[in-house]
Design a protein around this ligand. Structure first.
Ligand code: HEC
Length: 143
């Protein structure tokens, strides 16, 4: 009795498990495709907006330090946490988390949150451009 169990149980069990897995995989593939169709050109537009930032920021933690801290993993990151970067007191105080909403608010009106954080940056008025920049910043390596 014991030796038969693994054989009889194993086959249908893995067969059963495959059904939902396949469905999930197909669903994920479809989702990923529609997402990338939606955001691909946005991310590319966002990369162009990043030209406003590139003089002072890289998007790679391993990149060479510029005047500002690297922005890899920025979306969702608390402010002021890049190790080895000597932040000034121009940073938001109290600190914030750079959620998409927070970033959008700051990008629109930098003077309201931290007026001197990024010297010379005066804001992007067009909400679509800000949205594109944030999409780019979420995954810069993809663009
Ligand atoms: C002239 C240089 C300069 C430009 C241009 C600039 N920044 Fe900055 N940025 C800085 C500096 C310097 C800091 C750190 C400020 C401090 O220490 O007070 C900073 C900090 C930041 C932070 C906070 C990072 C953290 O770790 O909390 C964000 C977010 C940021 N910049 C985004 C941007 C974006 C997006 C752009 C382009 C739209 C931009 N910056 C343009 C110099 C710049």
């Amino acid at each position: 009795m014991t030796p038969r169990f693994p054989v009889c149980d194993g086959v249908p069990a893995s067969g059963l498990a495959r059904g939902p897995l396949w469905a999930a995989a197909v669903l994920l593939a479809v989702l990923a495709q529609s997402l990338s169709a939606e955001t691909r050109s946005d991310g590319e537009k966002g990369k162009k907006q990043f030209l406003y930032c590139i003089a002072c920021h890289t998007v790679e933690a391993a990149g060479r330090q510029r005047r500002g801290p690297h922005l890899e993993g920025l979306v969702g990151r608390p402010s002021g946490v890049v190790e080895g970067f000597a932040y000034s007191d121009n940073m938001p105080d109290p600190p914030v988390t750079w959620t998409e909403e927070q970033l959008d608010a700051w990008l629109a009106a930098p003077h309201e949150l931290a007026p001197r954080m990024c010297p010379g940056y005066t804001g992007i008025r067009d909400p679509e451009r800000r949205r594109a920049l944030i999409i780019y910043l979420k995954d810069p390596a993809a663009y």
